[in-house]
Design a protein around this ligand. Sequence first.
Ligand SMILES: [Zn+2]
Length: 309
Amino acid sequence: MVRHASFKKMQIQQKERELRAQSAHSRRRFITYGAVGLGLTGVALGLGGVWYGTRKATSLVAPVAKSVPAQQRSALAVTFTDAQKDPTLRQAYLTQLIGTNTIPFCTGVVYDHDGSAMQGYYKKVGATDFIQKVDVVRGGDYDMKTPDVLNTAGRGESVPIFVGRQLFDAQAFAYMVPEDIRHVLIAHEGHHCHQHAQGLSYLSPEGALQGLNDETIHPTFWYFIAEQDAYLHDLPRLLRGEFKGSEYHVNDSKRRFIENGLNLTKASRIARPLELRLFQGVMEAIQKEPLLQDISIPSSYYEQRKRFK
Ligand SMILES: [Zn+2]
């Protein structure tokens, strides 16, 4: 038993060393400006195998979307297919998709074909070194991102949501019907806007910034906490039918929530006190949400996913 326990301890210490070694490199990039882009998908920072991306590049293709009634897909003047074919129609597509819906604390949904829009935003808020050091905009080759600049967070200020080329060009999003995209933009990214304006209820933006600066919170841990908090808010809205997403999107959203939760649980084993406080905060909040108590995913989803990734 002792032998086993000490081996386990060694494993944990090794992971911790790896995590800290990585953080020395990556943290500087994030912390100087306390900025991180909160997208739909997780990031793979390769931290000693503790963290991994919540979504691998997949190749979901049209068959998934075919089960969606035709009227749901053609309700828009500019269709998703139009926007896929013609980048000049993409802003119009997003604008009509959001329609009269208001996204609290969001200044607008901006299509960012070449990454210049998001780059311009970071320049505007003074995070110029951040964009030089972190390839966050990737020439527009990203899905959806809400910039989170901790230095200006918690002041009730609104931020834009940026949509990169991947939403229209990547096979991974080919399954999406308009309602799926609306859900991601309004409920998920919209919640990131809320987080930026009001902070997370588990820790103030100042506390988070300080924790990131003095290295008591790993930036990746913070990122996944923010993601879990976003799922906590966006998934119930999908499950209660506020958004009539496709069956695949509902299951895919459940999977993200579960995977991110598992990542956090794993990382919590070597969490520092402030990280543990964040972890317990988000987990307790999840326990209070009735719709998240019984999340099951039909095996058909995994079968479908296996075929497309
Ligand atoms: Zn997110």
